[in-house]
Design a protein around this ligand. Sequence first.
Ligand code: CMC
Length: 402
Amino acid sequence: KGLRLADRGFLNTAVLRSEITYIDGDAGVLRYRGYPIEQLAQHSNHLETAYLLIYGSLPTPSQYQTWRDEIMHHSVIHADAEQFFRSFRYDAHPMAILTSALAYLGSYYSEANPSLQGQNLFTKGDKPSLATMDKQIYRLIGKATTLAAMAYRVRQGREFVTPPTGLSYTGSFLYQMDHLGQENYVPNPVLEKALDVLFLLHADHEMNASSTSVLQVGSSLVDPFSAVAAGCASLYGPLHGGANEAVIRMLISIGKPENVPAFLEAVKKREKVLSGFGHRVYKTSDPRSFIVRKTADEVFKITGKDELLETAMALHDAAMKDDYFISRKLAPNVDFWSGLIYRAMGFPNDYFPVLFAVPRVVGWLAHWRQMMLQAGGVKIWRPRQIYVGAAKRDYVGLEDRI
Ligand code: CMC
């Protein structure tokens, strides 16, 4: 009653006040806790930036040491989980595996769910202590790479690898994926650094669909493993984290630069979508796309150029000059170039959304922690609707329906 307008797709609805990430979509500006993304990509690393996003300030050397140690210490998964991973079919999509694995992980940590704490009945306003919240944050960030590496290896019928000690966050991840029993194996440092930059760029992006899903689910005060699994499910879709995978499928279908004009004509007729272009907030280029483009060149020096690069460049240049895209303010987003890097590094196409989900666990947790600690407590997210269905009518028995 009293509601007249529905904001379809939340184009004009702010659901909260946040101190985490700032975007100016018209100017192409992205800042984490006030720091420009370009400065963080150049000087920081994914784990340090994760601390900044979650706790609000850059860590001191001793805070950083403890944070890093806690996360790496919590990267190990219980051996029972191997059976869970082996229950998936060989062709299961890795995002389906990762989403399920995140929810599964929560079953090990009942202290993370306020309704299951102790013998007391849950009362409104109960929430986990700061220390309990921190512990789940270490676990989720630490184990995300291990779960993701297991999702990768299980499809290849390979044994799982225990997280190594002494490597960086992305170094440990690459080790767990690539290691084939070689002695003294270390991941390529250029690729390790490139992946770290990509992780940092993907760590947060304010109220995107997956972060909103985490908050929506988390607002029921369920444990953060379940809330993060909901975020992962949301990220799976081709309009969100699945776009990097869709870009590669699109480039393969275009085949060569000569076919770009015909493809763009099909996009204008709405027969096709130009994946990796457009954004709800950026009405100019996505600032992350420039850093990704630069990182691509560094990776290609090691891996060699991807055969799809020429088609991608021709498509990019043609779209940027075309009135259809200019008038709608459509420019490349972070996903346009990232898939080409992942492909050059040897990741299978359907694994790309996982490489988006793993670092985004950080942003999801930053939003979740902020919500849990907000003044006045957590308010369950329960939007309204405008009912436009049938008016009251009376039930008719099956035998009387024709
Ligand atoms: N190709 C062709 N036309 C497009 C595209 C595109 N990629 N994106 C938007 N448009 C058109 C759209 O048809 C509409 O035209 P018109 O006004 O004539 O109806 C106009 O541009 C406005 O677009 P919209 O669909 O209203 O914009 P939105 O804010 O609802 O959607 C989006 C944003 C990202 C879902 C959309 O741009 C899209 O589908 N892009 C392709 C998928 C993609 O790259 N997603 C990754 C987003 S960035 C990373 C992430 O957050 O996951």
